[in-house]
Write a protein that binds this ligand. Sequence first.
Ligand code: MGD
Ligand code: MGD
Ligand code: SF4
Ligand code: MO
Length: 702
Amino acid sequence: MPVVTQVDTHCPYCALQCGMRLSPTTRQGGGPVRVAARDFPANQGGLCQKGWTSASLLDTQGRLTTPLLRRRRGAPLSPVSWDEALDFVADRLRELRADHGDDAVAVFGSGGLSNEKAYLLGKFARVALGTSQIDYNGRFCMSSAAAAATRAFGIDRGLPFPVTDLADAEAVLLVGANVAETMPPFVRHLGRAARAGGLIVIDPRRSATAELASLHLQPAPGTDVALALGMLHIALAEGHIDRDYLAARVTGFDEAWHAAARWWPQRAMRVTGVPVADMRSAVRLLAAADGAYVLTGRGTEQHADGVNAVSAWINLSLALGLPGTMGSGFGCLTGQGNGQGGREHGQKADQLPGYRRITDPAARAHVAGVWGVEPDSLPGPGRSAYELLDALGTDGGPRGLVVFGSNPVMSAPNTGHVADRLGALDLLVVADFVASETAALADVVFPVAQWAEEDGTTTNLDGRVLLRRKAIPAPDGVRGDLDVLNALAVRLGQPASRFPTSQEAAFAELGMASAGGPADYSGISHARLRAGEALHWPVPDAAHPGTPRLFLDAFAHPDGKARMAAVDHNGPAEEPDARYPLWATTGRVLQHYQTGAQTRRVPELAAAVPEAFVEVHPDTAARANVSDGDLAVVASRRGEVRARVRCTPSMRRDTVFVPIHFPDAQRANLITNPALDPVSRMPEFKTCAARLAPWPDLPEGR
Ligand SMILES: Nc1nc2c(c(=O)[nH]1)N[C@H]1C(S)=C(S)[C@@H](COP(=O)(O)OP(=O)(O)OC[C@H]3O[C@@H](n4cnc5c(=O)[nH]c(N)nc54)[C@H](O)[C@@H]3O)O[C@H]1N2
Ligand SMILES: Nc1nc2c(c(=O)[nH]1)N[C@H]1C(S)=C(S)[C@@H](COP(=O)(O)OP(=O)(O)OC[C@H]3O[C@@H](n4cnc5c(=O)[nH]c(N)nc54)[C@H](O)[C@@H]3O)O[C@H]1N2
Ligand code: SF4
Ligand SMILES: [Mo]
């Protein structure tokens, strides 16, 4: 596999999108290119272990290099030609639509896809398939943050300021974000806060990030709203509210305060378990700091009240006068490599490109104009990710599903049920470069190119659009995702020109489709990115320098003011009882990415963390009759997950933690609760009632 050239590019994994340089290598093992860290603002020359080892996936033994087809249920997947696979899929899609209507076919996308792919996937669904049924894994990731930020600020850009701004702050509050493991080089931006004693972490676990903090608040999972309300209460009682800022820049304080007034600190302490003195210290640190930021991660967002939780943290930041000022602010930490761009360009059920709403007649007319179709031909909003998966194969639900860039049989909540729904489909199609657990269930698998084998843009956690560059050709037999979409669309009767296969052409069209929308990319081009320009959206014309900081003058609501939302604490969607006396929460470790489909295939990473574990307080373990190193099960009202006991004295006695990266019986999502946030439709990944028991003695009478 010859290396074309040395290229400056970005990591294939998380939203920090660390800068890396790929160059030729003659070394055996570790992949066909050599990875070096590169100085780029987000990572400042750092990479984590996943980034360092990312090239080894390019020529991994498990790489898919030929299309696979299962001719009938129960038959194995066998290699076929591209034409046979594409014809098979197009014929089935056509039949399903003819027999059951346009919505009989659904599409599932990803925040791991480039902007170009995410954009064309949404267009493929709406134009080539005519289906409303498209959503994506970002629903499981940033949807609560996005909904709350839009509600408060009028626009959702994870960090509305460059990540490097954090370095000047004396206080940073990280809520449910374990950045020391989930984006290690990010920690470099927290230096001043750490030195000044102003790094505050809110996490039910003493995470690697909490270890770095000056102050760690350790609430029970699912109690963040009560904690934020208690802290707002303290801020008011102690006179830390920025009244001038509120008068000039915010509406809704009285209503928000009405709810917080009932959350006097002792009451918040009873619900959360966080000492009042710690709440008070945290508020004082934020209020007194020369520069303060509040940042949320999935820990506070992935709940059935996740939107309210983020709103509650936004309310606290607004009360302290932080958002939209130079040197202070509020932000949500985007997770996937293109988690930000992936939520802007129309692979979401209710969305058109440019972060437009699919129900907005002006948005429909604009996008239909760019696509050369009638506005009325565009479908309306479809089902959200879990609701879509839950409807598969049911009466009136989709009978065919096309998946690009996700592994939902691992990542969706209550995944035993999701596996049943996938099994009830007439047609499951997966595009991937490895045989993920979902690909293994598919009727057709398309082998696609990886990040270093094609150009493409991502938008990182601070809204900066980046160009990933092709370094090597894809292996024989492999095609790009855009080639697959084009080939299917043509077979479904679309003109080939409507589905460009060049990422540069696709990006130019995306720019036009986004023009005038909240996330306006129309002034960005691959050429500007190749030239190294730092372009944070919106970039409304080719001369525009980009917008590194939003909201300094005004928030994006028509009156320019931020909105506080009146939120109250409801608590988790299910409660512990005698049978399920504990809280189980889920999350990540440094060495593995998401469902592990990629990182479990990297030898160093698999060796470092080979299997699922359950973090538990030693006393809780003893009560459950298990010891450190034993295999155990964590059971919930939906299923049980097998995990190795890790006794961790810093854990709360009422809480266990299971990572999400391991397959089969070790899938954390066998136990999680699919209760959905009413606004964002985010599942409650981070809290369910559970019980710990020895393996293999299954707990009786689930
Ligand atoms: N190594 C690694 N890095 C990654 C990823 C990965 O899979 N692996 N994935 C990327 C993606 S897509 C994402 S979304 C990000 C996620 O990044 P993070 O949000 O940092 O990761 P998580 O581990 O899911 O959750 C963070 C913390 O939330 C805590 N938590 C659990 N319940 C609660 C609660 O009720 N309240 C609060 N306040 N905290 C709680 C957990 O204990 C955990 O330490 O990481 C990105 N980076
Ligand atoms: N219990 C619990 N569940 C969770 C979470 C949690 O914290 N707890 N976190 C949620 C979050 S934040 C997220 S983001 C999701 C992630 O959930 P998933 O998206 O299901 O996880 P990934 O492992 O990233 O799966 C991506 C798949 O796409 C492939 N892929 C990567 N890039 C491309 C590409 O460009 N094209 C194509 N065709 N394929 C590609 C990879 O090989 C991999 O198989 O999980 C969610 N699920
Ligand atoms: S922090 Fe994220 S972007 Fe950086 S090297 Fe690690 S996985 Fe890649
Ligand atoms: Mo995510």
